[in-house]
Design a protein around this ligand. Structure first.
Ligand SMILES: [Zn+2]
Length: 137
């Protein structure tokens, strides 16, 4: 038996996976695992307060090792998550300097969808690097 863990906060999310035939497998069953990217109830409450922005490498900015190792898992459009994920307010996507980088139509779409996949260089151009540096002190 393996307990599910929330990808976002690493807490138990109540899912349980019972491995059929586990007794035949020489490797021990893991005690905890991430089964999906669905936020747990607590994380879903946090996500409701903002827009999840995920920084990704695109074809041009992805390191070669990512292109090779992750190729079988790629879908269109090609993107490789960098691991940088932040929650942003609606007001941020209404700022002129942000809309100049990504375009007003896309900014409105992001506000509607509540999720943004941000290409590596756009993340920097939007000022997210500087904003995060300020938060970190
Ligand atoms: Zn969670």
């Amino acid at each position: 038996m393996c307990k599910g863990t929330c990808f976002w906060c690493h807490q138990d999310n109540g899912l349980i996976w019972k491995m059929e035939g586990a007794h035949l497998n020489p490797n021990p069953t893991p005690k905890n695992a991430v089964f999906d990217y669905d936020p747990c109830a607590q994380c879903a409450d946090v996500f409701d307060k903002g827009i999840a922005a995920i920084r990704v490498h695109t074809e041009e900015t992805a390191p070669d090792y990512m292109k090779e190792e992750w190729a079988p898992y790629q879908k269109d459009p090609l993107c490789w998550p960098t691991g940088e994920i932040v929650l942003i307010t609606d007001e941020y996507f209404k700022r002129a300097e942000v809309r100049e980088v990504i375009g007003s139509a896309i900014a409105d779409e992001i506000i509607e969808d509540r999720c943004a996949i941000i290409p590596f260089n756009d993340w920097t151009d939007m000022g997210l690097d500087r904003a995060l540096e300020k938060l970190r002190g």
